[in-house]
Design a protein around this ligand. Structure first.
Ligand SMILES: [Zn+2]
Length: 511
């Protein structure tokens, strides 16, 4: 009998944001009755690109689907099985039932493909997807096209399995796209390997879902050198397994530091990984002159992004996921181009944290009371738990275990961790940060590509500021554009003091 992973609450929460009229019981039933299959053609299985694509596909599928079958040459299949079991020890890896959805990497060895198939391939920086015929897999050691293809494929599988309950989506297009230049009309020109590149002193801030995928991609790149500073003060939590591609079940049990997890995956790379197990603001105190040559940002709030930009790195690269889209932004020049903070200027409409917590725990009219708990770091007490239980129509006993916890921790577990949904409460009333695994993974692959492109000298002044995608609706389609620099002089990049400090730090001309 197939079983759901023990971090399933979080998976259900993420899915509830994509699915209409989400119903937890039918979501579970659908998953348990939906074997999915991954087929790797023999030639693809012998190539680095095919192995990278298959590896990431398994890291994505095993986080949601309880039954995943793999067809590949024996040693590759055994390796992929091992990866799947490390994520979900109870996963079912053989099934007599025909798959509901099948991913085919490269050319399959048999013509007969049960279930709905999505064909993916790659060549260097390019990724290909088709619903009609097999795609080829290239001979390079470049993981970027392959990694993106795995994300497209996982999106297609999600669409197949949940076709009855997803909103109407446009049909998947057959296409090839370059991850180096998603705007390019000649993607084939990017069927090349990863350049040898010295990352010098590069930082990754935030080793959450996006940072995990950044590290995954960099770990597959040969020919990279330099120091990679890994900055994150948190440890792996069970709910992280839903979409952190590097994490295993054991990491949740051991509460592995996120920096240690990343360092472990980079051990065989040419990069010198330097873990900094602390939050960005603390870490900054240890940086001489706060000289930060290149910072890749995978943090999860606008406030944290603005804080990184305010520390004035020479170059900022950023990735995000949010309701409806994901993407990367490039900020090579604080003085003359849009900075990261330009993209996150408060628009006055974003609800405060206390409003958000009050609303999500079911007490929208008690924001002042909730703000009191947050501001004074007052632990959650029986009175509050009782009111929350009543508001959500669940037994008070269900919440007893949260008594004495800070309200932040309670909010994270009860709402963001999906507990409320499991005990029969409503789905989220507004967007909270719980993307599907393939959305975060694609954002991370894009961000890693930006790091390599920047370090490898593959970027120029006319590179667009932003590239975004809605990978669930239109897998493989990207939109890129150049944003205006901060409006109305409100941004820090229009502030004379910030500008002077940046110019002085990096010895650039202030115009
Ligand atoms: Zn700005």
């Amino acid at each position: 009998m197939p079983s759901l992973a023990r971090f399933f609450d979080k998976a259900a929460l993420a899915a509830s944001q994509a699915i209409r009229d989400f119903d937890r019981a039918s979501f579970e039933a659908t998953l348990l009755a939906s074997p999915v299959s991954l087929i790797i053609g023999d030639a693809a299985g012998r190539s680095r690109e095919g192995q990278a694509c298959a590896g990431l596909a398994v890291r994505l599928l095993a986080r949601l689907y309880p039954v995943v079958t793999v067809e590949a040459e024996d040693s590759l299949r055994d390796h992929l099985h091992q990866t799947a079991r490390s994520i979900h020890p109870g996963i079912t890896l053989d099934s007599a039932e025909p798959p509901v959805a099948t991913i085919v990497v490269g050319a399959p060895d048999s013509e007969a493909l049960p279930g709905e198939a999505v064909f993916v391939g790659s060549n260097g920086w390019t990724a290909s997807i088709s619903t009609t015929s097999p795609r080829s897999v290239g001979e390079t050691a470049n993981p970027f096209g392959a990694g993106a293809a795995a994300c497209f494929a996982a999106a297609a599988v999600f669409r197949s399995v949940f076709s009855d309950v997803l909103p109407d989506l446009p049909p998947i297009q057959d296409l090839t796209v370059s991850i180096l230049r998603p705007w390019a009309e000649d993607p084939e020109a990017d069927a090349t390997g990863v350049p040898d590149a010295d990352l010098e002193e590069t930082h990754i801030v935030g080793l959450g879902a996006i940072g995990n995928a950044v590290v995954w991609a960099l770990s597959w790149c040969d020919g990279l050198a330099g120091r990679l500073h890994l900055v994150d003060g948190e440890a792996v939590d069970l709910s992280n397994l839903q979409r952190y591609v590097l994490t295993s079940d054991a990491d949740a049990t051991d509460k592995t530091a996120k920096t240690a997890l990343a360092e472990r995956h980079l051990a065989d790379s040419g990069l010198d990984a330097v873990p900094h197990d602390q939050h960005w603001d603390r870490y900054l105190n240890d940086v001489p002159d706060r000289t930060l040559m290149r910072v890749a940002v995978g943090v999860d709030s606008p406030e944290a992004r603005v804080a990184v930009q305010a520390s004035l790195p020479r170059i900022v690269l950023n990735a995000w996921t949010q309701s409806g889209d994901l993407g990367v932004s490039r900020h090579p020049d604080f003085l003359d181009a849009p900075c990261l903070a330009c993209l996150y200027l408060p628009d006055g409409e974003r609800p405060s944290y206390s409003h958000r917590v009050a609303t999500e725990i079911g007490l929208p009219d008690q924001e002042p009371r909730i703000r009191g708990y947050i501001d004074r770091r007052k632990p959650v007490d029986p009175d509050l738990l009782s009111d929350i239980a009543t508001a959500n129509d669940i037994p008070t006993d269900e919440l007893a275990r949260y008594q004495g916890q800070p309200i932040d921790a309670f909010y994270a577990a009860f709402v963001c961790g999906g507990h409320r949904l499991r005990v029969g409460g409503a789905g989220p009333t507004r967007e909270i940060d719980a993307p599907l695994a393939f959305q975060s993974a694609l954002a991370g692959v894009l961000l890693a590509a930006e790091i390599v492109a920047d370090a490898g000298g593959l970027r120029s002044a006319d590179t667009p500021t932003l590239t975004r995608a809605d990978v669930l609706s239109t897998p493989g389609v990207f939109e890129s554009d150049t944003e205006p620099k901060g409006l109305q002089g409100r941004c820090i990049c229009r502030d004379d003091d910030f500008r002077a400090r940046y110019a002085e730090k990096y010895e650039v001309q202030l115009r």
